[in-house]
Ligand binder design. Structure first.
Ligand code: MF3
Ligand code: CO
Ligand code: CO
Length: 329
């Protein structure tokens, strides 16, 4: 018989409905409650805007191998970097962090994401670097701008940022033969309290993920540290995109999930370099891709935030490379 009654949720101490075997209060309770909340702000859904022509880079700037074809060749994970390579990697990551820091200061109501892209493009070139995203698998712009319910890979366009928006700027520079990758979510004007909390908790998740990096641990342990914190607040953790190895290759084969993925039993080793870049959603962790082939949005239209660092594994833990420190250039 078909009934129309609302699903009955387990008692707080009963096993969770998801089958994890954990008590409901330790598992999905916070998320179920968070997801019942209506969207907290009045912003219109993000829609595709006009994308300006691809920007050019002066001839004297060295380019990654895919810059012309748009197709990176797939390569195995390179061996750990020697001192000379690591020194170049540190400079590239410092430059990325400095670019991100200065671009964040441009975020205000009225500026278009295309204008931020133009400024980012010029900033990479001023460092002697190339925009890693430009023509990467055909991506048309020099950074990713992901507004409100856009999870990642948003394409800069002619939409002006509005008071109350949240916007992630994902900066990647190819400098001294190395990619440095970092992102942050910024508040535009006066932002509602729930969005502020989402941003704060996402940043905390990145910091907890970094703190969980220790030689001998498994990558899933990093993911677990992140997801546990997010779920405490009822936020969804995106599983479709993960952190990655990085260096001479933009996306090198190290898989860094932001949840306790049993498939991530590989062990963290000194000398490894990878990104950690959790994406947290106010509602469902489920995502959709626009037919532009890039823009990823939340399936329920609620907001999403992300933070990213590139880190280097030392004997004792993780060293964050994407620090905005001019003395490291
Ligand atoms: N910077 C993104 C990352 O963190 C990748 C962007 S690739 C692009 O991995 F093609 F979408 F630009
Ligand atoms: Co990345
Ligand atoms: Co990035």
């Amino acid at each position: 018989m078909k009934t129309n009654s609302a699903p009955v949720m387990p008692g707080v101490n009963d096993p969770c409905w998801c089958g994890s075997g954990q008590k409901y209060k330790r598992c999905h309770k916070a998320r179920d409650e968070q997801q019942k909340q209506p969207a907290q702000n009045q912003a219109q859904p993000i829609t595709p805007g006009r994308v300006s022509p691809m920007r050019t880079v002066p001839e004297h700037i060295p380019r990654p191998e895919y810059a012309v074809s748009g197709r990176p060749t797939s390569r195995p994970l390179p061996p750990p970097m020697n001192q000379e390579q690591l020194a170049r990697m540190k400079k590239s990551c410092a430059a990325a962090a400095l670019v991100l820091e200065s671009m964040g200061k441009l975020v205000r109501p009225g500026i278009t994401t295309d204008e931020i892209d133009a400024a980012t493009h010029a900033a990479y070139i001023a460092f002697g670097g190339f925009p890693s995203t430009l023509n990467y698998h055909g991506f048309p712009k020099s950074l990713c701008t992901s507004v409100n319910e856009v999870v990642c890979h948003g394409i800069p366009d002619d939409r002006a940022l509005q008071d109350g928006d949240i916007v992630n700027l994902d900066v990647t520079i190819f400098l001294h033969g190395m990619h440095g990758d970092t992102n942050a979510t910024f508040e535009c004007g006066k932002v509602d309290e729930l969005s502020k909390k989402l941003i704060r908790v996402t940043k905390e998740c990145l910091d907890l993920g970094i703190a969980a990096v220790k030689p001998g641990r498994r990558f899933r342990d990093v993911g677990r540290a992140i997801a546990e914190h997010a779920h405490r607040y009822g936020f969804g953790v995106v599983r479709k995109y993960a952190g990655h190895g990085i260096g001479e290759i933009f996306h090198a084969p190290i898989y860094v999930p932001h949840w306790d993925d049993p498939d991530a039993s590989h062990v963290i080793e000194p000398g490894m370099i990878f990104t950690i870049e959790p994406m947290l959603n106010l509602g469902t962790d489920d995502v959709r891709e626009w037919d532009d082939g890039w823009t990823v949005v939340t399936a329920d239209g609620k907001r999403s935030a992300q933070f990213e660092h590139t880190v280097h594994v030392t004997e004792s833990g993780a060293e964050v490379l994407t620090v905005p420190d001019r003395s490291k250039l």
